[in-house]
Write a protein that binds this ligand. Sequence first.
Ligand code: FAD
Length: 399
Amino acid sequence: MESVKYLIIGAGPAGLTFANMLKRRGETSFLVLEAEDEAGGLCRSKEVDGAPLDIGGGHFLDVRDPEVVEFVFSFMPEDEWDRYDRISRIDLGHSVIDYPFESNIWQLPEDEQIGHLLAISRAGCNTGEEKPAEFSRWIPWKLGEKVAEDYMLPYNRKMWCMDLDRIGTYWLEKLPDVSFEDTLRSCIRHSSIYESLPGHASFYYPKKHGYGKVWLDMADAIRDNMVYGVKASELDLDERTVNGHYKGEYIINTAPWTGFEKIPGIGDDMKKALEKLVHTSVVIKYFDETADTDSHWTYFPDEEKEYHRILYRANFCPGSKGYWTESNLKRADLNDGRPYYINEYAYPVNTVDKREAIALILDEAKKKSVIGLGRWGQWEHFNSDVTVKRAMKLANDMI
Ligand SMILES: Cc1cc2nc3c(=O)[nH]c(=O)nc-3n(C[C@H](O)[C@H](O)[C@H](O)COP(=O)(O)OP(=O)(O)OC[C@H]3O[C@@H](n4cnc5c(N)ncnc54)[C@H](O)[C@@H]3O)c2cc1C
């Protein structure tokens, strides 16, 4: 049995940040177990056709928290990154408009604009209708029937490939109501509703590498404490052991809770809660032709197309060509001869009962000094910067 104070499962941004924080604080008794033969998790990149390709999907760094900025740039200095003002679009088949949809309705043909204005004027959030609980009714209530039908509902059907009413609305509640007046003004003035994009208005991407490089550098800084090629398949909560071979005074779990084959010590409530956790899988496919666009990426709600997003690598990765697509695994044709990468765990799904389920799991596990951290440990749509922030905070709190 190998025993350490902190046993960390998973070397994605969460595990790597936590481990590096320990090291910086002088802690030496820790070990990171990683199932793959390299670090980085969903943020990994590979060299494909002479340039980097993000195999977990398009990854861009948009950090606001100064401590996170300092931490990330301490591994890969700012001058090794290019900064871009985001150009992203929505391809509706008949028209291509800037993202976000509700802000750029003015870019559509006149009849389409009128259709949207009428629908927004009748949207439930503008007429005082009671807020529906189901996702598929909440979307038109919030954004108008036409934004829902032309974009949000087909796009979400493609993304999730599941009954949309299993998805909660709590994670979208921060979206501003679509205002009839603002949309009308924007159509008359021919300008966006928002002065700048609500999120990811600008971002960093490495000059010479894919997004995976910074995480490889983080792993290198703790190389003596890394174990690759070990998938934690048995997590014993009472003994705090993994695979009957590694033991921690604390276990920091950043791997998907639903991915363990055995969890000795699990109670009935936690077992039931685990059954409620849902995830989706994403396939990244590479195309070697370069598209004629200045977009960094474009969203595709058209359900005839297998992918929901295209990332135009040539527009953010200097000297590269080609593009890659992102599709839900359930929609992807893996026999078309294109190189592809499957990410089994890509999106934790915000199902109606997820919040209670993950809260119970985290509570029960914590009582046994097993702590969930990161996108899978906390089953949340954290971006990498938020994951880093969470891991830094946990390390600071625990040391
Ligand atoms: C399509 C897509 C686009 C995204 N775009 C962005 C973006 O533009 N910007 C951004 O900041 N974030 C983005 N994200 C989010 C980003 O990927 C996550 O925030 C980040 O990867 C979370 O890090 P993590 O360590 O929690 O999880 P992960 O990156 O998933 O890492 C988990 C690690 O645990 C390992 N593991 C799993 N199971 C086991 C096991 N049983 N035993 C041992 N090891 C195990 C995995 O191999 C992996 O290395 C995107 C995500 C997706 C899916």
